[in-house]
Ligand binder design. Sequence first.
Ligand code: TRP
Length: 466
Amino acid sequence: MEANIMGDEDITIDPWGSAQSTDYDRIIDQFGLTPLNPSTISQPSRLHRRGIVFAHRDLDVVQESQRKGDPFGVLTGLMPSGQMHLGHSMVIEQVKWFQHQGGDVTIAVADLESQATRGVGLEQGRKIALEEYIANYAALGLDPEKTNVYFQSKRPVVQRLGFQLGKRTNLNEFEAIYGFNGETNLAHVQAPLVQVGDILHPQTEEYGGLRPIVVPVGVDQDPHLRLTRGLASKTNWFNLKDASSRGLIISLSVHDENAAVFGQMPNGRIDRSKVEQVFSQIVESLMNLGFSDIMSSPKQGTVHVPSATQRDKHGIRMALLSLERQLGGPGLLAPSSTYHHFAVGMTGDKMSSSKPKTTLFLKDDVGTVEKKIKRAFSGSQATVEEHRRLGGNPDIDVAYQYMMYFFEDDDAYLAEINAGYRAGNILAGEMKQLCIDRATEWMSNLHEMRDQTAHLVTDFLARDSI
Ligand code: TRP
């Protein structure tokens, strides 16, 4: 189950493993992510501007809702085990950005997953979630009024969706996505299915209804998104495809759940009047969107809209999902997602909660912060003389990288110290001192905010999770 991080073989990503591929171009290629171009983002955050959030799936759908003022949601999850560190804060920064853009926020506490895969009891998981994570989310500036935190163990619809959608996948797919084999513990089969429930349930009527949901993650979580997107699509009652000639074409996707509604009688005959009724409802939905050239042929099982373009696809898809819901189906939209690069660990290896030297915990005091940065891996030359002559490498210099990822807001200043380091004008020790100054300011500010916002923690909890 380890990720394969070298060679020409396909990369497999293991969300539970310790290895991590940083060959982001290959990941984009192999898994069909779309590279994210910051200039197409309205009001890009610093993570977008700096190329740290580097790829997405269907983010345009969310941006369209943002622009139009239509509802959209953001979902993320936390694993209640260990301490919250800097790496975790990056997701929250993105959630905050979406929240500012008008998104409603749902946060899953993966207490079932943590219990099953890390041996953390539910009570313990709850305590860790509140004290380690939610307390920091409040301090980092998430708005408790617009955020709903829930526990997997307390939300039946999440578990139910996971169970129901299990019907549409099998062990071969899990082997292909996660690299599972006969030895794999079934908790690792159940956890992703519960996570599918996490990601899809905000679309249910009870939790906000049909709207785009975006999930900002590190690439290690992409297998879960691929699984979720596939399962959501497999439940859809209508297919929407590019027509071979021009425009878009809609057809029915008949399965057990909708056979009766679609006029498929148990004796194999077809109830034409039911079929025609469904087709006239499709036509009506399209007319409501403003289309007039609609070629409906119930006999062939298709509705062709020659004038529809790629830009119309999302609107039509949403109309079809609403119609599906009217007819009794789940009407699930595949989730959108964004992907961020991982900051390098302070030792130069991977950042990991189980190795305190590789990261800053949000509880570290300023003395510890200073010590860790002083010892951090640097991108300098072997001697000061060489550094002056040849220059340093900010791309691998932890002090510089942490300013870029976490502590420095000013792009122009970053560009300046980047150039200064490369030219050999700024020495490694000087870069570390710049980082220590910023990091201690950031950390003291966070600790102060944590005290000030401690009383808000329970306001983040959803009603079923208080
Ligand atoms: N599995 C995630 C982790 O290991 C936690 C998680 C649970 C999650 N449900 C989620 C993340 C939904 C994103 C979306 O951290």
